[in-house]
Ligand binder design. Structure first.
Ligand code: ADP
Ligand code: ZN
Length: 745
C-alpha cells in the first residue's frame, strides 16, 4: 500500500469521486470506468488518456458511470484515475451516437467503430515540430548525379513554399530516402515548422457556371433543403455530363453560407485530382482531403482541423464519415451506387447507408448522386422516402453516344486467334484516328493475362494463399495475386511436370490488349490507365492532361479510367469484354455490369462531337446488353427489380451473411456446421443458405465458409443473429464475422 492510499483512508470520508465511462478504440465489449481526478474538467466526449494495465491508451469520455450501479462496487480508491485530458474540442454528441448506432447495426464492438473516428491515435497528440525542406541557395555541384526522381523533387520545390519530405516523395513518386539524400548533399535545406498551413476558407460567393433551367431548378431545391436544415435525403439522378457536380456544389455553398461544414464522400479519393481542381475552380481553395494514404503529419493536421471546425469542406473516402465534425451542414455521396463504399473487413459497413444514418442523427440534408443509382436508392425514392431530382440531358446539348453490340459468336466479328479486337472495332478505331479524334479501350482486368498454364501438363499457377489464379504482369515482370498481393517470378520450370519454359499466357489482360493495339496501329500514341501503371492522383492527372493536350490518341485501361474524367475529343469507346462482370452467380452482377459499362460508355462524345461505343460480347440478348444498346435504363431496372422481388432479395428483403474463417480448415468447418445446425430454421419467414465455401474459399491463407440468412424487409436482423450466435461457442482460432446487407451474394 502506498502512502497516498493510506492518507485517503485516514481522512474524513469525502464525497464520492465522479466516475466516467471511457470508450477505448480497442476490441472490448463496452466502455471502462475511470475516476475523475479532483479539479479535472471532463465533459462528455472529452479525449483522454487512461491507464490500461501497464499501458496508457487514448479514449473518449462516453458519459458518467452510474454511482449506484449494483455491479459497480469497486471503491473509489481502487478505480484508476483518468491520466490527462487532451486540449481538443470534445467529440460531439452526434458523433458519439453515430459510433454507438453503427456498432449496434453492424454488430461490431463500439471500440472498433471508435477507432475509425479517432483514426490515428496520434491525431490526439500535441503536434510535434516538423521539418520541411526548401531549395538551398548554393548552385548544385556539377558532379552531383541528378536522377529523374531527384530532378522531380527539385522541380516541385522550384517555386513552392517549404514542403514535408513525405509530401515531396509522394508527389514525385519516389521514396523519402531520395529527399533525405538531397538534404544530406546540402542541396535541400531543412526549415522547422510549427504546423502545416491552415485550411483556407472556401469562397461560397464565387460564381459557378450559368445554369440551364433544369440545373437551376435542381440547384435551387438542394440549396433550399440545406437552408431549411433538418434531415432529408435527395437522390440526384442524371446522366453523365449533365452537370450533377456543379449542381451539388450549390448545396456545399449553401452549407458554407450558413457557417457550417460540408462533407463530400467519393468512392475512391485517388481518382479525384480532376474533382479537386473543379472544387478549387468553384470555391477558390482546395478542400481538406481524407483517405487512407494521408501521411502521418498531414493526417494529424487534417483531423485536428476538422475537429476544431477550421476545415470547412472535407472530401473523403468512406472513413471520412466518422470524423468528429462539430457542425456539419450537409453530406453529399457522389457515385452512390459504387461498390467501393462497402467496407469488407474490420467493421463491415456500407458508407452510403451509414451516411444516411449520420444525416438522420445530425438532422441535416444528404444528397445521393449517380448516373446509375443503386436499386436500393431508386426503391427508396419510389416509396417516397427519398426526394428525387432528375437531370435528364447532357449539358450543352451533347447527345448520348451510339452503342453497338459486337456479337463475338458471329464468324466475321471474331478476332484472329489470340487476338482480342474484332475487325469491326478495329475499323472504328481506324476511322477515329483518321478523323483526328481519340479513342478508349476498356477491359476491367489488370495485368497481361488472367491465367498462366503449363503447355505440357496443363498445370495452372495459383496463389499459395488464396483460391485465385496468379495474374501475369509483364510491366513489372511478376506474377501477382489480386486478392492478397502475393507476388512471384514466373517459374523457370513447371512444378508439376518439370517441363522447362513451358508456361503460356491465357486470355487477355489490359497489358495484352495494349500489345495488340501497338501491333495494329504502330503510329497511334497510346497510354495506359491502370492502378498498376499509375500510382496516386498526380500520376493519373498527368495522363489526363496528356489526353486533353491531344498528345494521346488511344487510352487503354481498367475501371480507374471509367470514372469522372472528361475528355472533349474522345469519341470512341471500345469495351473489349462486356461479359466479364456477368460471369459467376452473383445476383448483383447484372446491376453492377450495367453501371460500370454505362459509365465507361459515358466517356464518349461528351462535347460537340458525337460519340460511339462498341461492346464486344457473347451475349447480345442479355438484358444488360440490350439496355445499354437501347439507352433504356428504366426497363432494365424494372427487369432487375422484378427478379429481386420474386426472390425476396434486397432491396425487397433483408439479408445477412456470417463468414467463418480461420487457418485450420477442419476447425472452420466444425464451427460452420455447428452454426448450420443451430440456425433458426424453425422460423418460417427465414431462409438459411449454407454453410458453403465463401466466394473466395481461401483468402490470405484463411479458409472461409459462409452462411446466408434471408428474411422479409421488416425483419429485425440483429436480434435474430445475436440469438443464433450466442448458441455456438467459437474457439479463438476461428473468427465469425457478421455482414449485414452483404453486397455480393
Ligand atoms: P456530371 O457530374 O453529371 O457528370 P459535370 O458536373 O461533371 O456532370 O459536368 C460535365 C461538364 O460540363 C463539366 O466540365 C462541367 O463543368 C460542364 N458544365 C456542366 N454544367 C455547365 C453549365 N451550366 N455551364 C457550363 N459548363 C457546365
Ligand atoms: Zn493470394
Amino acid at each position: 500500500m502506498d502512502g497516498s492510499e493510506f492518507r485517503l483512508v485516514a481522512e474524513e470520508p469525502a464525497a464520492p469521486a465522479r466516475r466516467v465511462r471511457v470508450l477505448l478504440p480497442l476490441p472490448f465489449p463496452e466502455p471502462y470506468d475511470y475516476r475523475v481526478p479532483d479539479g479535472m474538467d471532463l465533459p462528455d466526449g472529452a479525449y483522454v488518456e487512461v491507464p490500461l494495465g501497464p499501458r496508457r491508451v487514448f479514449g473518449v469520455v462516453w458519459g458518467d458511470a452510474l454511482p449506484r450501479d449494483p455491479d459497480n462496487t469497486v471503491p473509489d480508491a481502487k478505480l484508476k484515475p483518468v491520466a490527462r485530458r487532451f486540449d481538443l474540442p470534445p467529440m460531439p454528441e452526434v458523433s458519439r451516437k453515430f459510433v454507438d448506432w453503427v456498432a449496434a447495426y453492424t454488430m461490431s464492438l463500439p471500440g472498433n467503430v471508435l477507432r475509425m473516428a479517432i483514426s490515428v491515435s496520434a491525431a490526439l497528440e500535441e503536434p510535434r515540430l516538423l521539418t520541411a525542406y526548401r531549395l538551398g541557395d548554393d548552385p548544385i555541384p556539377p558532379d552531383f548525379r541528378l536522377t529523374p526522381a531527384r530532378r522531380r523533387i527539385l522541380d516541385l520545390l522550384a517555386d513552392s513554399p517549404p514542403r514535408l519530405p513525405a509530401d515531396l516523395a509522394e508527389e514525385a513518386g519516389c521514396t523519402p530516402a531520395v529527399v533525405r539524400g538531397l538534404a544530406d548533399a546540402g542541396i535541400l535545406v531543412p526549415v522547422p515548422m510549427r504546423s502545416l498551413p491552415r485550411f483556407a476558407e472556401p469562397d461560397h460567393d464565387r460564381h459557378g457556371p450559368t445554369f440551364s433551367a433544369e440545373q437551376q431548378h435542381a440547384a435551387d431545391s438542394l440549396r433550399k433543403r440545406v437552408e431549411e436544415g433538418g434531415y432529408s435525403c435527395t437522390l440526384l439522378d442524371g446522366v453523365t455530363g449533365s452537370g450533377k457536380t456543379e449542381v451539388y456544389f450549390e448545396a456545399v455553398a449553401a452549407s458554407l453560407r450558413a457557417g457550417k461544414q460540408a462533407l463530400v464522400l467519393l468512392p475512391e479519393i485517388a481518382l479525384s485530382a480532376q474533382w479537386l481542381d473543379r472544387f478549387e475552380g468553384r470555391f477558390g481553395v482546395r478542400p481538406a482531403e481524407w483517405h487512407s494514404d494521408l501521411n502521418g503529419p498531414t493526417r494529424r493536421h487534417t483531423w485536428r482541423a476538422i475537429a476544431n471546425g477550421e476545415a470547412r469542406v472535407v472530401v473523403g473516402a468512406r472513413s471520412a464519415l466518422f470524423l468528429p465534425y462539430p457542425d456539419l451542414g450537409c453530406i453529399v455521396v457522389d457515385e452512390e451506387h459504387e461498390t467501393a463504399f462497402k467496407q469488407e473487413d474490420g467493421v463491415i459497413y456500407h458508407a452510403r447507408d451509414m451516411a444516411v444514418v449520420r444525416a438522420h442523427l445530425g438532422k441535416i440534408p444528404i444528397v445521393l448522386v449517380s448516373a446509375t443509382p443503386s436499386l436500393e436508392s431508386l426503391v427508396n425514392a419510389e416509396a417516397g422516402r427519398y426526394a428525387r431530382i432528375d437531370l435528364p440531358a447532357r449539358h450543352g446539348g451533347a447527345t448520348m453516344p451510339d452503342v453497338t453490340l459486337i456479337d463475338l459468336r458471329k464468324p466475321d466479328a471474331q478476332p484472329p486467334a489470340r487476338h482480342w479486337i474484332s475487325p469491326i472495332l478495329k475499323a472504328a478505331l481506324e476511322e477515329t484516328f483518321a478523323a483526328g479524334e481519340q479513342a478508349m479501350l476498356f477491359l476491367n482486368r489488370r495485368g497481361y493475362a488472367p491465367l498462366t498454364l503449363c503447355r505440357a501438363c496443363g498445370h495452372r499457377l495459383q496463389c499459395p494463399h488464396c483460391t485465385a489464379w496468379l495474374v501475369e504482369h509483364r510491366l513489372t515482370k511478376r506474377l501477382q495475386c489480386h486478392h492478397c498481393g502475393f507476388t512471384a517470378r514466373t517459374p523457370e520450370s513447371c512444378e508439376s511436370c518439370g517441363a522447362e519454359g513451358s508456361f503460356v499466357a491465357c486470355g487477355p489482360g489490359v497489358e495484352r490488349v495494349a500489345e495488340e493495339v501497338v501491333a495494329l496501329f504502330p503510329d497511334a500514341r497510346t497510354a495506359m490507365m491502370t492502378s498498376d501503371t499509375l500510382i496516386g492522383p498526380r500520376a493519373i492527372q498527368e495522363v489526363v492532361e496528356k489526353v486533353k493536350a491531344r498528345e494521346v490518341d488511344l487510352l487503354i485501361g481498367t475501371q480507374i479510367m471509367a470514372k469522372g474524367h472528361h475528355f472533349p475529343l474522345l469519341t470512341l469507346v471500345g469495351v473489349v469484354d462486356g461479359d466479364l462482370g456477368l460471369a459467376g452467380g452473383d445476383l448483383r452482377a447484372g446491376e453492377r455490369t450495367f453501371q460500370l459499362l454505362h459509365q465507361v460508355a459515358g466517356r464518349a462524345g461528351r462535347e460537340s462531337r458525337p460519340g460511339r461505343v462498341f461492346i464486344q460480347t457473347h451475349m447480345t440478348e442479355h438484358p444488360v446488353m440490350q439496355a445499354l444498346a437501347a439507352h433504356d435504363r428504366d426497363s432494365f431496372l424494372a427487369h432487375e427489380a422484378e427478379a429481386r422481388q420474386q426472390m425476396e432479395m434486397p432491396p425487397y428483403g433483408r439479408m445477412a451473411a456470417l463468414i467463418v474463417s480461420g487457418e485450420d480448415d477442419r476447425l472452420v468447418d466444425q464451427v460452420a456446421l455447428r452454426l448450420g445446425r443451430t440456425a433458426p430454421r424453425g422460423r418460417l419467414e427465414l431462409t438459411i443458405l449454407g454453410p458453403a465455401p465463401a466466394p473466395l474459399a481461401i483468402l490470405r491463407g484463411r479458409h472461409r465458409r459462409r452462411l446466408l440468412l434471408k428474411g422479409p424487409k421488416n425483419l429485425p436482423l440483429q436480434p435474430v443473429l445475436a440469438d443464433w450466435l450466442s448458441q455456438v461457442e467459437v474457439p479463438p482460432q476461428v473468427r465469425v464475422q457478421v455482414d449485414i446487407d452483404p453486397y455480393s451474394f
